[in-house]
Design a protein around this ligand. Structure first.
Ligand SMILES: [Zn+2]
Length: 280
């Protein structure tokens, strides 16, 4: 199938770039315009209400999604481009840590304050920006599941992703399809790690949640002739093939993706995989 959207990893900006083909945008606009009764709009309202977003934009000519999560940065070669900046989820404010009153020391034991990790500053979690990205992907992936048309792009669709967003356990699921072309490349490279995928995930996770640091061996992208296992920090969290390779490609699904941080980390890895597969 000719490409209707693609992902790319932007190391320098610590961001995912989503590129959406203009032919596909035209079909979405036809699909949704003047149809406020579509179930899609109930889902959007539900996500907005449950996660407390201020706004939602269903347009590809401006910032797309919840709270401007997908920044419209222009158009190139027939694709509208959206920069999805990885947010800081865990971050220090300028206020002093309420537990150690700014000393950075534990009140009861020798050693650093476990609330602020010895910094003396108030450490907070800002989940909303991560949920806004996750929920925007969820809406986008519902629209992008079946393109309905063949775009005029001369590139092939290399992979598709679908996501789910809610505050429950396993609330950050993702799944999708690696195209036959991508599978063929994965088969051809034999048994190997794919370091670009690991590096993108480390960078994304580090931006969101990296205040404590992490163990490098928690990130993995191991390909065994088309059988690709991608792992990120969590309880054996990651994505794996769920069907064997065929002329339709290979489906993948996830295990224990509980938070939007893990979900976004894995999408960053898939974006880097897309870059590498595309340049093959
Ligand atoms: Zn403290």
């Amino acid at each position: 199938m000719p490409c209707w959207y693609e992902l790319s990893w932007r190391e320098k900006e610590t961001a995912i770039l989503l590129r959406v083909h203009k032919d596909f945008i035209a079909t979405i606009e036809r699909l949704v315009s003047g149809k406020p009764d579509l179930p899609l709009f109930d889902i959007i309202a539900g996500l907005r209400g449950s996660l407390g977003f201020e706004k939602f934009t269903l347009s590809f000519n401006e910032n797309f999604g919840f709270n401007d999560a997908f920044l419209h940065v222009g158009e190139k070669d027939g694709f509208a481009e959206f920069l999805i900046k990885i947010p800081e989820v865990q971050k220090y404010t300028d206020e002093i840590c309420p537990e150690c009153k700014g000393s950075g020391n534990d009140k009861h034991f020798n050693g650093e304050c476990s609330w602020c990790h010895g910094k003396g500053k108030h450490l907070v979690f800002d989940w909303k920006s991560a949920y806004a990205i996750s929920a925007s992907f969820t809406v986008f992936s519902m629209l992008a599941r079946f393109p309905d048309i063949k775009t005029s792009s001369n590139m092939s669709q290399l992979l598709t992703i679908e996501t789910k967003t809610n505050k429950e356990m396993h609330g950050g699921s993702l799944w999708g399809i690696y195209s036959p072309m991508l599978c063929k490349w994965l088969v051809s490279i034999g048994e190997t790690e794919i370091p670009e995928v690991v590096l993108a995930m480390e960078k994304a996770y580090g931006k969101m949640f990296g205040i404590h640091g992490f163990y490098e061996d928690e990130f993995r992208a191991h390909n065994n002739s088309g059988w690709l296992i991608i792992d990120c920090p969590g309880d054996r969290t990651g994505i794996h093939p769920s069907t064997v390779w065929s002329d339709k490609g290979c489906e993948f699904s996830c295990h224990n993706v509980d938070s939007p941080v893990q979900q976004i980390t894995l999408i960053a890895g898939l974006a880097a995989l897309h870059d590498k597969g595309k340049n093959f």
